[in-house]
Design a protein around this ligand. Structure first.
Ligand code: GLN
Length: 202
């Protein structure tokens, strides 16, 4: 397998944590690859996979739009993507806010789900939960920070994980999205799952 190129979108949020987690996961998978922080369209165009971190989805989405990255992702529909928390929100087709209802903000709209922002409310601002994720081999500790949930999924979307019945991880072909933060979990399995998707889509 050639050297795979993975980018972590570097506008805002948990960027370095994803870089570290992805490097570790590459070693665990045993494949050669490089991981870089990317911001420009020219950089994104060279990638085999892009990670969109958690942070503030309105900021990340606006920057993606401004830099032409949203248009690129819509047109190619091609490269494997991994969105975490705010990164899940900016990929979604439809967004609503738990308090404000339907909202409009820049998103790529390529993940066929409706996402509700800040879905756990104030009391659920930040918490950890034991999750069952069969696709990565079972139990996993999820770190949730002002997390969204998926309230509706399209036909092509596979649910990877639920927490108390609520959807918190999905896959649609080459797109993986989690409501929680795998880069903060000190467990490389979800990044490994993403890397394997990149290798398979080669
Ligand atoms: N609540 C944030 C948003 O809606 C996402 C939080 C996160 O990424 N940790 O953008």
């Amino acid at each position: 397998m050639r050297n795979i190129k993975i980018g972590v979108l570097g506008f805002q949020g948990a960027i370095e944590e994803h870089v570290e987690a992805t490097r570790r996961a590459l070693k665990e998978v045993g494949t050669s690859g490089e991981v870089n922080v990317v911001k420009k369209l020219e950089e994104v165009e060279k990638l085999d996979g892009l990670i969109i971190p958690g942070g503030e989805s309105t900021v990340i989405g606006s920057m993606m739009k401004q830099m032409g990255i949203i248009d690129y992702l819509r047109q190619t529909g091609g490269i494997p993507l991994f969105g975490t928390c705010a990164g899940m929100i900016v990929l979604a087709k439809k967004i609503r806010d738990r308090v404000l209802g339907d909202t409009s903000q820049p998103t790529a709209g390529i993940l066929d789900v409706t996402v509700e922002r800040n879905s756990f409310g104030r009391q659920g601002d930040s918490f950890e939960a034991e999750l069952e994720i069969p696709a990565i081999g079972g139990l996993y500790r999820g770190v949730f920070i002002r997390a969204p949930i998926v309230v509706n999924v399209g036909d092509k979307v596979e649910v990877l994980c639920r927490l108390n019945g609520r959807i918190v991880a999905v896959r649609q072909e080459k797109i993986i999205a989690t409501a929680f933060h795998p880069e903060l979990a000190n467990d490389p399995r979800i990044h490994m799952f993403f890397i394997k998707k990149i290798i398979l889509s080669d």
